[in-house]
Write a protein that binds this ligand. Structure first.
Ligand code: FA5
Length: 345
C-alpha cells in the first residue's frame, strides 16, 4: 500500500511538470486529487488494511495529498508567471526600431518663389489679388489700350475660346479689373500672381503657359522714382543686397513711359558671363507708368492720380535665383529636379 502511494506521488509530480496551462493543470487535479481521482481510489482500498497499519497509511496519504496540493499551487504560480512574462515580451515596445518612412512631398519651386515674392511685397504694404485665367478680350486687350487691330496683339497671340473670350496672355487685365472696382478711391497697391498663356513655341526660356506677377500702385503723385524704389527693394530682397537695377526704355500700350527692367547678373556680379550673355545684366520684367487711357477707362482722372505697373516672369526669376538653365524643368515633374527644393514645407 505504502509503495503504491509513493509510486502515485512520483507519477503525479512527474505529470505535474508537464502541465503547461491552467486547463492541463485542472485536468491533473481531477486525475489525482479529485473525488474520482487516483489518490481517492487508493484510499478506498484502506478498508482492507489491518488496524495498526491504517493510521500510518492514513497519515502518509494525507501527507501526500498535502504535498501534491502544494506542488499544484506552486506549479500554478509558475505558469502564471511564465504567462505574464510571455505577454510582457510580446507587448514590449521597442522604441529603437526605426519608424515608417512616409513619402513627404514639398512645395513646387515656382510656388516657393511666388511665396517669396508675395512676402517681399506684403512687407511694402501691397495686397495680394487673383484674377481669372479665362479672360474677356476686353480686359486682356481693349481696356489696356490694345484695340483689335493693334500690332501688339501679334506678340501675345493666345488660345481663343470664342472671339471675345480667351486664355489671358498676361496678368495685366487685373490692372483694369481692379481699377474699375476701386475707382474713385486711392491708394491702390496690389500684386497679382497667376498663370498666363501664349501661343509661344516651347524652348529653354519660353513656355506656352507660365506664371507672372503683376504689380500696380495708383495714388496721388506716384512717380517713376517710386517704381524704381519699389523694384530695387524687391530685387535686393530676392537676389541679394548687392544687386542693382537698370531701366531701359521700352514700349507697352498700357504704360507711358515704359521700361524693361534689368538686374545686375547675380551669377557673375555684373562682370559678364554665359547666363547674362556677357552684358552683366539680365532682363526680369516689363514696367512703366500707368497710361492715362487705362486710368480714364476705369473712371479715374489722370490729372488727379498717377501710378506705376510692372509684370514679372516667375519662371525667369526662379531660373536666375537657382541657376536653372531650362524652363521646361519646372513642368517635367522629374523628382530628381523637384527634390532639390524640398527643404521644409
Ligand atoms: C507683359 O506681359 C506685360 N504685361 C508686362 C507689364 C506689366 C508691362 C505692367 C508694363 C506694365 P512681357 O510680354 O514682356 O510683358 O512679359 C513679361 C515677362 O513675362 C517677361 O519679362 C518674361 O519674364 C515673362 N515671359 C514672357 N513670355 C514668356 C514665355 N513664353 N515663357 C516664360 N516667360 C515668359
Amino acid at each position: 500500500m505504502e509503495e503504491t502511494l509513493r509510486e502515485l506521488e512520483r507519477r503525479a509530480l512527474q505529470e505535474l511538470e508537464q502541465c503547461e496551462d491552467s486547463n492541463q493543470l485542472e485536468a491533473w487535479r481531477l486525475r489525482f486529487l479529485g473525488k474520482k481521482g487516483q489518490l481517492t481510489a487508493v484510499l478506498r482500498g484502506m478498508a482492507k488494511l489491518s488496524e495498526d497499519e491504517r493510521p500510518r497509511i492514513g497519515r502518509l496519504a494525507n501527507e501526500i495529498r498535502d504535498a501534491l496540493e502544494e506542488a499544484r499551487v506552486s506549479r500554478q504560480d509558475a505558469l502564471k508567471e511564465k504567462e505574464r512574462r510571455r505577454r510582457l515580451e510580446s507587448e514590449r515596445l521597442d522604441v529603437t526600431v526605426p519608424g515608417w518612412r512616409f513619402a513627404v512631398g514639398g512645395l513646387h519651386p515656382l510656388t516657393r518663389i511666388i511665396e517669396e515674392i508675395e512676402e517681399i511685397f506684403l512687407g511694402m504694404g501691397f495686397e495680394i489679388r487673383e484674377g481669372p485665367e479665362v479672360e474677356l478680350d476686353y480686359y486682356n486687350f481693349e481696356a489696356l489700350n490694345i484695340p483689335k487691330d493693334h500690332p501688339a496683339r501679334d506678340m501675345q497671340d493666345t488660345f481663343y475660346i470664342t472671339e471675345e473670350i480667351l486664355m489671358r496672355t498676361h496678368t495685366s487685365p487685373m490692372q483694369a479689373r481692379t481699377l474699375e472696382k476701386t475707382c474713385p478711391s486711392v491708394p491702390v497697391k496690389i500684386i497679382v500672381p497667376g498663370r498666363v498663356y501664349r501661343r509661344d513655341e516651347d524652348d529653354a526660356t519660353h513656355s506656352h503657359s507660365f506664371v507672372q506677377v503683376e504689380g500696380l500702385m495708383v495714388d496721388r503723385g506716384v512717380r517713376m522714382s517710386d517704381l524704381k524704389g519699389v523694384l530695387t527693394v524687391f530685387v535686393r530682397g530676392m537676389f541679394g543686397e548687392d544687386r542693382q537695377i537698370r531701366l531701359r526704355p521700352s514700349y507697352f500700350p498700357f504704360t507711358e513711359p515704359s521700361a524693361e527692367v534689368d538686374v545686375s547678373c547675380p551669377l557673375c556680379d555684373g562682370a559678364g558671363c554665359r547666363v547674362c550673355k556677357g552684358s552683366g545684366w539680365i532682363e526680369i520684367l516689363g514696367a512703366g507708368m500707368v497710361h492715362p487711357y487705362v486710368l480714364e477707362k476705369a473712371g479715374y482722372d489722370p490729372d488727379e492720380v498717377s501710378g506705376f505697373a510692372f509684370g514679372l516672369g516667375v519662371e525667369r526669376t526662379a531660373m536666375l535665383k537657382y541657376g536653372i538653365d531650362d524652363i521646361r524643368h519646372f513642368y517635367m515633374n522629374d523628382l530628381h529636379f523637384l527634390r532639390q527644393f524640398r527643404r521644409g514645407l
